[in-house]
Design a protein around this ligand. Structure first.
Ligand code: ITT
Length: 197
């Protein structure tokens, strides 16, 4: 089955490609260069649907999108759906701003979670599947690690002593918000394909 992957984030793309190895029947096609629809939704699911529908419309194919982000308890859930635009500049600038904003928040009060919503639509933009998965953890006191992308170097998953950026990509995918959401999507596809006609 041919599906458009509606993302322009190279970090996500790498993870999706690794996760899709579990589904050899799936052919992932990239969204056209410069694909970057405005994310006007007020929830992760709304934004994931919006991106998937835009890609389906452009490519005339079923499409899957991920809207994700980091929610920090001490910041009232921010940056949340605005994680990619938390501040101008690079991922490194956004991590520094986050650590600065949390500089007076002690260990024990730095709870956070990565959230990933996945939306899958048919070539007409009709919703076929959505889900949202969370990966709980804490924000570290400084950046550690060079794997992954985005906020990985400042996120210590629950029950781990290392940041997500110190984890091997495979280990991250086994636990992460995106890994969980993608496996639910693959299960959905498998169930649909095994349904009697
Ligand atoms: P697309 O919309 O093109 O997919 P984007 O980067 O704009 O790319 P989002 O709006 O979903 O995507 O924002 C996701 C942001 O959340 C991302 O830029 C990171 O800052 C953060 N994020 C999400 N998942 C992450 C992960 O697994 N590790 C680190 N940071 C993550």
């Amino acid at each position: 089955m041919k599906i458009v992957l509606a993302t322009s984030n190279p970090g996500k793309l790498k993870e999706f490609q690794a996760l899709s190895l579990a589904a050899p029947d799936l052919e992932l096609v990239l969204a056209p260069e410069g694909f970057n629809p405005e994310e006007t939704g007020s929830t992760f699911i709304e934004n994931a649907l919006l991106k998937a529908r835009e890609a389906a419309k452009l490519c005339h194919l079923p499409a899957i999108a991920d809207d994700s982000g980091l929610t920090v308890e001490a910041m009232g859930g921010r940056p949340g759906i605005h994680s990619a635009r938390y501040c101008p500049g690079s991922d490194a600038d956004r991590r520094q701003k986050l650590l600065q904003e949390l500089k007076d928040v002690p260990v024990g009060k730095r709870q956070a979670a990565f959230v990933c919503a996945v939306a899958f639509v048919d070539s007409n933009g009709e919703e076929l599947f959505t889900c949202e998965q969370h990966w709980p953890g804490n924000i570290s006191l400084s950046e550690v690690g060079s794997n992954g992308f985005g906020f990985d170097p400042v996120f210590i998953p629950l029950e781990q002593e290392i940041t997500a950026a110190q984890m091997e990509p495979k280990a991250k995918n086994e636990l992460s918000h995106r890994g969980q959401a993608w496996r639910r999507f693959l299960n959905h596809l498998a169930t649909q394909q095994s349904r009697p006609i």
